[in-house]
Design a protein around this ligand. Structure first.
Ligand SMILES: Cc1cc2nc3c(=O)[nH]c(=O)nc-3n(C[C@H](O)[C@H](O)[C@H](O)COP(=O)(O)O)c2cc1C
Length: 149
């Protein structure tokens, strides 16, 4: 699977690496990449899940590096991502009004374009590491359920 991180100061990248390490330990093949290097057209075809770790800046805005991806994603016609399996691990700070605002918008938009959510969105407050085990376990369980079908 692929993990794309959207970060400004590195927390979402750290989260991606932690999640990747746990999933590799559980037997998955995992690539980690900066969302800056991706456009929605590069997303893998059906069959390879994509996880997003994404922080929020400004007032509910994407990190700068994720702006191009986000603008292109919003413009896609609905159905463009039909069958794409995804899950979003959002990082933020609950002292802001738009807590995890970008992660929420990303999660909702991926679904609106046809994606299939394989685990519910994590909304992590300042110390995200307390969320990582539970969320990674949810992703792992969802993928194992699929391979059993
Ligand atoms: C200037 C600034 C604006 C921020 N705006 C928000 C926000 O609107 N909503 C939110 O949940 N978190 C907000 N945050 C918190 C960051 O999302 C949080 O610190 C996150 O862990 C940063 O992750 P990163 O290092 O991957 O970018 C903001 C932080 C800063 C410094």
């Amino acid at each position: 699977m692929l993990i794309l991180f959207a970060t400004m100061t590195g927390n979402a990248e750290d989260a991606a690496e932690i999640i990747a390490k746990k999933l590799r330990k559980a037997g998955h093949v995992v690539k980690v990449a900066n969302i800056e290097k991706f456009s929605p057209a590069d997303l893998p075809a059906r069959g390879e899940p994509v996880l997003f770790t994404a922080s929020t800046w400004g007032e509910g805005e994407p990190p700068d590096e994720a702006l191009d991806f986000w603008e292109a994603l919003e413009k896609l016609p609905s159905g463009s991502l039909d069958g794409l399996e995804f899950a979003v691990y959002a990082l933020g700070d609950s002292s802001y009004d738009e807590f995890c605002g970008f992660g929420r918008k990303l999660d909702e938009t991926l679904e609106a374009k046809g994606g299939i959510r394989i685990a519910s969105r994590a909304e992590c407050d300042c110390d995200h590491e307390e969320f990582v085990d539970v969320w990674t376990e949810q992703v792992h369980a969802a993928l194992n359920d699929q391979s059993a079908v």
